[in-house]
Design a protein around this ligand. Sequence first.
Ligand SMILES: [Zn+2]
Length: 70
Amino acid sequence: MLFKLLLLGGLVTVVYYTFFNKKSLPNPSKDNKKPQEAMIACAKCGTYADIKETFIRDGYYYCSRECMEA
Ligand SMILES: [Zn+2]
């Protein structure tokens, strides 16, 4: 009887970890995509800049306001 309970407990643990691992797997892959710092070349001078710090005009990326208005 005790052996059966242990076997059942082990089975529950295996099932739990299987579901836990499946649920936890997609999250790190999503997190890995987000923090990637995209570098983009300036349409005017070709300097690579962080996409968050670039200026966008007419679908083109510029490294600075000077490049964008030139
Ligand atoms: Zn530039």
